[in-house]
Every structure is written in C-alpha cells, then in structure tokens.
Design a protein around this ligand. Structure first.
Ligand code: 2AL
Length: 253
C-alpha cells in the first residue's frame, strides 16, 4: 500500500524527519512518500498560516489521486483543510491531531496536549471539540517554542517540552501526553522515557490508522459531505484550483 504523508508547511527538513518517523512504524510493504508543497508558509502557527497552507496541501492530495495513492496523512497538528482533502480523496485521509487524540483517549482516561506557541492552543481546543474529545482532553499547554526552533541543534526545545509534559501530568490530572506539533515527532521516545507516561505523536498514529483502514478496504464515502467538489470555474489566480468534473477525474485515474 502507498500512503502519501503531506507536511502542509514548506520546511523540507521537517518533512524528512516526519518521513523517517513514519517509516519506522509502517508495516513491511507500506510505502510512505513524504512531501511538502512548494508554495506556502514555512511553519503553521495560526489560522492565517493554516488557510494559506491548505492550498498547497490540497494540490498534493489532488496530485496524489492521479499518482494512485491509497491514503493520506495530513501532518500538521491543526489538521488543516482535512475535510476538503476528504472531498478530493478516494482513500482515507487522516489528520495527525485527530489520530493522536483518538489514540490517547483509548490508552488513558485523560490526556494533555503539549504544543508550540500559545496562539495555537485555541486551535487544539477547537479540534478536541470537533472530534468529541473534550471529555478526554484535560488541558492544552503551550511551550512557546516556535515550530522552526524545535530542531535547532543545541536548542533547549526538548528539555522545555519535557518539563511542560511533567507539569501536565502533575497539574492536569492527565495520564498521557499528546505532542501538539508534527515537528515534535522525533522527540516522542525521548519524552516518553523522561516522563514515564505514554506520549502519543500524531504522525505515527495517523500512519497506523491509515494502514488499518486501507487494509480493511475502507474508502472515503462519496455519498454526502465528502463527495467530490462541484465542478465550477474559480476566478483569478485560483483558476488552477477549479474543481474538475467528477467523471473527468475518474477517467484520468
Ligand atoms: C504545527 C505543525 O504540526 N506543523 C506546523 O507547521 N505547525 N503545529 C503547531 N501547533 O505549531
């Protein structure tokens, strides 16, 4: 099976790191192709970044349909344009926040999300609400580490994250941690060893979920809200994003 892992930001070293983490957990016979769009923000740290990044991400899904991928992982913790991606895709599309929160809700009665900048905490709460996870999500905590500072060699990012995770376990009544950024994927085991509680990281959780759904031969339902977008011509610079007619799309595959 072939899974396209899309990092919606344009920072290639983050994409490569996510690809490595994904391949570590992927089953033999699963091919992970990790990509980022060629246009868009280098990091996603707010609603505007997210809205703009969504265009390049959706273009990667549309290209992925032509390339014959079986499923997709949207590897940014805001799950940008997840439902729009489902309109385009035939196979399953999994967001990393969605995957991580669901996994955490199964292995612990409550979890805390430990994320990057404080301005992204509201986004994580909105996602918890959307996914019915507010019963399980005890808190969303910021570290004030910017996305692109996560992997700067010699930076204090890892120890800041570990300290915040310990505080979350002590103060929130949580029994597991969800890491709130795809750029934290490579820290997962280190954080888990340091805090002695389960740490769920969405890139790997989403890969395993996508594999499971693909193995079950489950596709995204095209009956209702996730049907292909209606064919129409978009104006101006977005003309290239005009949804094609569904029949033409099937014919091209
Ligand atoms: C993220 C993420 O996962 N990727 C990115 O660019 N920003 N999330 C976050 N909370 O900052």
């Amino acid at each position: 099976m072939r899974i396209k892992l899309i990092n919606p930001n344009t920072t290639q070293r983050m994409t490569e790191s996510m690809g490595r983490c994904a391949r570590e957990v992927a089953s033999p016979g699963t091919e992970i192709v990790a990509v980022s769009p060629t246009m868009g923000p280098p990091s996603i740290e707010g609603y505007y970044d997210e809205a703009i990044a969504s265009l390049g991400m959706l273009a990667e899904v549309e290209a992925g349909e032509r390339e014959g991928f079986d499923g997709y992982v949207i590897a940014c913790f805001g799950d940008p344009a997840l439902y729009a991606a489902r309109e385009l895709a035939r196979g399953p599309v999994i967001g990393i926040a969605e995957a991580a929160m669901h996994a955490a809700s199964v292995i612990a009665p409550g979890f805390s999300v430990v994320t990057t900048l404080a301005r992204t905490c509201g986004m994580a709460w909105h996602l918890a609400e959307r996914y019915g996870m507010t019963r399980f999500c005890m808190n969303v905590r910021a570290t004030d580490v910017a996305v692109l500072d996560l992997d700067v060699p010699g930076s204090a990012a890892r120890s800041i994250i570990i300290d915040e995770c310990r505080r979350a376990l002590d103060e929130d009544g949580s029994d597991a941690i969800v890491l709130g950024c795809a750029g934290m994927a490579e820290f997962c085991h280190e954080v888990e060893d340091a805090i002695g509680a389960p740490v769920v990281e969405g890139v790997t959780a989403a890969v395993k979920w996508a594999e499971a759904l693909i193995a079950l031969k489950l596709h995204t339902s095209k009956r209702g809200d996730f049907a292909r977008p209606l064919a129409k011509r978009y104006d101006g610079v977005l003309a290239d994003y005009s949804p094609r007619d569904a029949a033409a799309h099937i014919h091209r595959k």
